[in-house]
Design a binder for this molecule. Structure first.
Ligand SMILES: [Zn+2]
Length: 304
């Protein structure tokens, strides 16, 4: 029997639109996470807070909720000198989301960048493809042990790192992989590119070639650019597409960061995002369950 996570791909291919979740950072900070502290440690020290955020998203209408394991590779955890807790923090993270998932809900294992440059770009101590794959495999194995249904390889900056993460997930388990990259809007050229110059079409093709089942964008700017990026990706593939952009740009006033788009303003952009061919929609930095509730309403209202 195929693992249940494959339903996500089947449902989308059958024409359904699914709702992803929203941001975690803002809510963890609001709950007391200190700037510069490791968010994944809260899977151990503050399980109630993390479970509460997951629950909030499921209740808001998310079909998929992702684990608090974005920085959960050994390479990233080593920045906090806790690389030896890699397995523990990922297993715990997956279990927290699983524990509050409704029977119909899916848990996506979040896998973010290592913050280490690939060997081709780094002046020294760059990471090789083999090292990337090893660190992502270790994380993916722990996420599977904790019970995830699907992997969410996300906010990737370099294609090498993204494709290594996809290959690692595929080597570890027969689960679908969603893979999304971070795009910058190059205002001068009126186009969206990764940090290293790939177009949305290039990205869709290379992530699919690496084995991803769902591809798209997350973080970056707001839904206005997500619409354009998804449209570009849709030109080159029939594969399921996902977008979970930020709630616009961050606005810093003193010590506090807010984001341009409130729930209503953000949700207004989603009919166009769905028209562009997006199959799974959510939100990233600066969003909260209220954003997702409005986005889920848009998705429901378009159901025939
Ligand atoms: Zn983000």
């Amino acid at each position: 029997m195929k693992p249940r996570g494959w339903e996500i791909v089947e449902r989308v291919k059958a024409g359904e639109t699914l709702v992803f979740d929203g941001g975690y950072g803002t809510m963890l900070f609001a709950a007391g996470l200190l700037n510069g502290a490791c968010p994944e440690v809260w899977n151990d020290t503050h399980p109630d807070v993390v479970r509460g955020i997951h629950r909030g998203y499921y209740e808001a209408g998310s079909h998929l909720v992702e684990t608090n394991t974005f920085g959960g590779t050994r390479l990233k955890l080593n920045e906090y000198k806790i690389g030896d807790r890699t397995r523990e923090l990922n297993v715990k993270g997956a279990r927290l989301a699983r524990a509050v998932a409704p029977p119909t809900g899916y848990v996506a294992g979040s896998i973010g960048p290592t913050s280490r440059l690939p060997v081709d770009y780094a002046l020294d101590e760059g990471v090789t493809d083999e090292e990337y794959e090893a660190t992502f495999k270790e994380q993916a194995e722990a996420l599977v042990e904790g019970g995830v249904d699907v992997f969410a390889v996300e906010t990737m900056m370099f294609p090498q790192e993204a494709t290594a993460a996809i290959r690692a997930c595929k080597a570890v388990a027969d689960l679908p992989v969603m893979a999304t990259m971070f795009f910058q809007f190059e205002e001068m050229h009126d186009r969206d590119r990764t940090m290293w110059g790939e177009s949305p079409g290039d990205v869709a093709r290379s992530l699919l070639a690496a084995g991803a089942d769902v591809v798209g964008m997350n973080c970056g700017r707001g839904p206005d650019r997500a619409i354009v990026i998804i449209r570009e990706m849709r030109k080159v593939t029939d594969a399921p597409l996902v977008a979970y952009p930020n709630a616009g740009l961050p606005i810093t006033t003193g010590d506090t960061v807010t984001y341009e788009l409130g729930p209503e303003a953000m949700a207004q952009e989603y009919p166009a995002l769905l028209d562009a061919g997006c199959n799974i929609v959510g939100a990233c930095c600066g969003s909260n369950p209220e954003h997702i509730r409005r986005i889920a309403e848009v998705v429901r209202s378009r159901k025939k």
